[in-house]
Design a protein around this ligand. Sequence first.
Ligand code: ADP
Ligand code: ZN
Length: 612
Amino acid sequence: MIVTLLLLFAPGLKTTTTTKNLTYTKFLADVKAHQVKTASINPTGGVTGALKGGDNYTSQIPTALVDNQLAPVLKDNGVTITGVGGTSSVVTDLLSFLPLLLFIGVFVWLGRSTRRQLQGGIMGIGGSKAKLYDEDRPVTRFSDVAGYDGAKREVAEVVDFLSRPERYTKAGAIGPRGVLMVGPPGTGKTLMARAVAGEAEVPFLALTGSSFVEMFVGVGAKRVRDLFADARKRAPSIVFIDEIDAIGQRRGGSIVSNDEREQTLNQLLAEMDGFDASTGVVVLAATNRPDVLDAALLRPGRFDRQVEIPLPNQSERTAILAVHAHDKQLAKDVDFDAVSRGTPGFSGADLANLLNEAAIVAVRHDREVLTAGDLDEARDRILLGRRDASNALLPEEKHSVAVHEAGHALVALLSEHADPVAKITILPAGRALGVTEQLPVDEKHLYSESYLLDSLDVRLGGRSSELLILGEASTGASNDLAGATGLAIRMVRDWGLSPRLGPVGFSTDGPSYLDGLQQFQSRQYSEGTQQVIDEEVSRLLGEAEQRATALLSGHRRALDALIALLLERETIDGEELKAVVSAAEAAVSRTPETPTPDGSPAAADRPSVPSH
Ligand code: ADP
Ligand code: ZN
């Protein structure tokens, strides 16, 4: 854009022709109408050139769309590509304007650093044909992937299938077709996929979902076709699609309709449906946003297997450090167990980076041997500069997250009607810093009022715990609050659960799942009723907070014990939760510190731990 402005306003710019500033859409339309004679594209996506009518033009490719597929389209429509960066004929016309050229030069030079971001993109135009996807035969093995034994077992079946596809054909079995690996960035999903190919000794065709999604309708679909044709030719083989959410997003789900993405997705679905046992192609895909995927992708015969690749736990972190320390010399004082305890939330990639940074620190101190001090220094550097992709938690954050999640979990455990807790973790997952997972005993279709009330308590439990233990709430509870508010609104407005409003339901037509806030369509009630709804919602939430706080402060020992356990183990399951709470409660009843006036132990009037 800056280049464009400069072209227009550069002093002394006296071209005999006028220069039109075209929107990208107009530019494309002109290309397709064969109105464009030449085009030169700079690394930031600026396009300049001559129109058939004699005028010059400038335009700008939206950066999100910059890709090397512009070249074929230009060629197909008879546009001469005069260059990339500073060598275009347009620029040659302006040779007398050295400062401008210099400026563009700087841009080109700057552009080199953004080139990788543009995925080899625009620079590939006119030059050698950029490769659409990487294909190789990895030598990676499962032993290169530390930890994740469960995940390895799950993908081992793919290895077996690819090594001996004929066995499956003979048995009339349909082999695995698609495996979706779900987890945060840097957890080794790509590594795992390569290991599958390495173990099975088959070709590995890898590409990134975003490189499919094109500005030109039909290009992505064609790429999918080509890719799968290639994969079939080389079968048995593995196709790996990283960031599949870029193509696989729910169709019709986004505000801007995206025909191109839908076509690409449809093509992918069609390809996968076309497999039979003899095809011998397995598609592995990775995403950290399974929630946005189109349901069609997850149907049988497509990505019907999901493997979770979460952030590594402490012992896995130790193992990953060991794998990456292979080529490094370590001083005696390096204790990977200690390092892994100090790096909650680090992904495998972060840990590999940690060792590398530590090696750099060592070199700076003129050593070849890494010391514990080097690792500490490297860790601090990563933690401080972690703003970008890393999930790593600062130590004090880890504590608050433990306090928060312990609050949810304990309230859930102590509330009779709440779903049992399956897992609590203080390792970040997706956008959440920690997660308390409740699993319903069985799938519910109806929800009782007591269940809903308990559910409000559980949602507010995290914040209550923060207030109780840390003395202040944090932003960590915003999702909980939104969820609780959404639920309370529906209780009052849709389900007749407010005595003040009575048995009225203003429910709109949408589905009546417990997903809260989605339906704020046109209101069917008066301003006065809205007022009552608001008041009833805050009453419900206020009462829920009081109940949660009372439960937590009544079981303070259990809460403290749970927080300590979470800090130590990072992830615990429902059984461990029950065990630690029962142990703490037993300790309380053995040593009653605050007997109630009538002499009975304080624990007597508290609800006991339910046994679900
Ligand atoms: P993802 O595809 O999940 O974003 P990658 O597979 O690209 O993650 O991982 C990046 C790098 O991090 C790997 O190349 C490897 O060096 C390191 N890494 C991640 N997880 C592990 C692991 N479990 N064992 C060993 N190295 C790992
Ligand atoms: Zn929460």
